[in-house]
Ligand binder design. Structure first.
Ligand code: URP
Ligand code: ZN
Ligand code: ZN
Length: 472
């Protein structure tokens, strides 16, 4: 059925204006003042912002990791994302050395199809770069529309790849039109520091942070940026947690390197002291890179404001406190790394960022939606409000005050990392391709309605038709 979203204030990465939106056949058909159509359902958005649906470029749903599997899957994770104002997620497909990439991609399709309630795509992990991988990648890009590759510089003996693999991946991405993503921490140095800590009997969760210092992140970020310059390629650094890493990205960009940086709400709103709580509570905050000293928060906000960092990912990788995080009682290295962030990503950015005057409203839309859509080959289908684009729309009340809590969240885990935090602003209704997924704060979507997104190569529009639709 057609819908008219009436009297809202539309906010995109560049503009803020009052207008109505007519939604028809899943796309935005008209944007104009005073639209009338007696056959359409009218949705009142007076006093509300109308944002493009959030694009979360960094999730790990139902991912095997740390001796267990992340708790939120493509159903619970995408439902929680929708409640939080996100309508697209790009999840990391984990591959296995020596096995065809397609095996892993098939596994990821099997666990997402018929489950997701919003649209989704995949990034592909690269752990080795050999003839087999080189032969398979063009097909992965053409047929699967997977155009971004993730290299881990940490997690020794698990996911970590060597510098040769990173460099060859950068060269290959340059040739094929892919975007290389890195988890930038020096895994070898961390491994050494971890062994030293354990030998001294330092086993509490706080040692997770103390054995992964900011220098190890800054060094790896700088190394990846230099290799990108050398390969004349393109790089996206995920989950930047500290000044050391943000500075390396800024330095590379000043040199003209094509380097982008993402940070996450947890690094903007939480700090290392959370990991030093008694009764193993600190384990709730164990992820990598770790939380940093509080002063880093303003450095990251400033990097976002000035454009030195560009996007916000959730790095959603949730584990229950009881039954999963407690695998690491008595040995912090066995605590599964990751946290539940998918639902609060947009709200925290709005409340801590826009409401507190750290970023503008249009920057907020750019960071939580538009920029990721552009970088990852989904724009303009996703990431903006414009005639011809998918009607992925969030109707957002900017004034409502609420407290984040496990009691009210929709993720499948038994704690919320932002428990007790007061935020201003909340998504009220959320549409995915013109259909309500959330209506008046209730889930009304359909499990399995989320579509898999084939993405364009780096720097390209989604398709010529999308461009034409916008030009008309
Ligand atoms: O601790 C984290 N971040 N877990 C998810 C995997 C990753 O490194 O992104
Ligand atoms: Zn990572
Ligand atoms: Zn991650």
């Amino acid at each position: 059925m057609k819908k008219i979203i009436k009297n809202g204030t539309i906010v995109t990465a560049s503009d803020t204006y009052k207008a109505d939106i007519l939604v028809e056949n899943g796309v935005i058909a008209t944007i104009s003042k005073n639209i009338t159509d007696s056959s359409a359902e009218v949705v009142d958005a007076e006093g509300k912002y109308v944002f493009p649906g959030g694009v979360d470029p960094h999730t790990h749903l139902e991912m095997p990791f740390g001796g267990t599997v992340s708790k939120d899957d493509f159903e619970t994770g995408t439902k929680a994302a929708a409640f939080g104002g996100t309508t697209t997620v790009i999840d990391f497909c984990i591959t296995n050395k020596g096995k065809p990439l397609q095996n892993s991609i098939d596994q990821w399709h099997a666990k997402s199809k018929d489950k997701a309630v919003i649209d989704y795509g995949f990034h592909l992990m690269i752990s080795e770069m050999n003839e087999d991988v080189l032969n398979e990648l063009p097909k992965v890009m053409d047929q699967e529309g997977i155009t971004s590759f993730k290299v881990f510089m940490a997690y020794k003996n698990v996911f970590q790849a060597d510098d040769g693999t990173l460099f060859k991946t950068l060269e290959t991405a340059k040739e094929l039109g892919g975007l290389v993503m890195v988890h930038a921490e020096n895994g070898d140095v961390i491994d050494h520091l971890v062994n030293k800590a354990l030998a001294k009997g330092n086993t509490d969760p706080i040692y997770h942070a103390l054995t992964r210092p900011p220098e190890a992140e800054g060094e790896a970020t700088g190394r990846a940026a230099q290799l990108t310059g050398l390969a004349d390629s393109q790089l996206y650094v995920v989950h930047v947690s500290c000044e050391e890493s943000a500075n390396k990205i800024a330095e590379a960009r000043k040199k003209g390197y094509d380097v982008w940086g993402e940070t996450c709400p947890q690094y903007l709103a939480l700090d290392q002291s959370y990991m030093d709580q008694p009764n193993f509570e600190g384990a709730k905050y164990v992820w990598s890179p770790p939380l940093r000293e509080k002063w880093n928060q303003e450095k990251l906000w400033n990097a976002l404001k000035t454009g030195e960092l560009q996007t916000i990912g959730s790095d959603q990788c949730s584990f229950d406190f009881e039954g999963q995080k407690d695998l690491g009682k008595g040995d912090f290295t066995k605590i599964p790394n990751g946290g539940p962030m998918i639902e609060d990503r947009v709200s925290i950015l709005f409340s801590e960022g826009v409401k507190k005057g750290r970023i503008t409203l249009n920057q907020f839309v750019d960071m939580t939606s538009t920029r990721s859509a552009k970088l990852f080959g989904l724009y303009p289908k996703k990431g903006t409000i414009s005639v011809g684009t998918d009607a992925d729309i969030v109707i957002f009340d900017p004034n409502v005050e609420r407290t984040i809590s496990v009691e009210t969240h929709h993720m499948a885990v038994d704690y919320n990392a932002f428990e007790g935090m007061k935020v201003t602003g909340e998504p009220i209704s959320v549409l995915s391709r013109g259909e309500f997924v959330i209506k008046d704060k209730q889930f009304v979507g359909e499990v399995g309605s989320g579509e898999y997104l084939k993405r364009a190569r780096y720097g390209k529009l989604t398709s010529d038709t999308d461009e034409a639709a916008l030009v008309e």
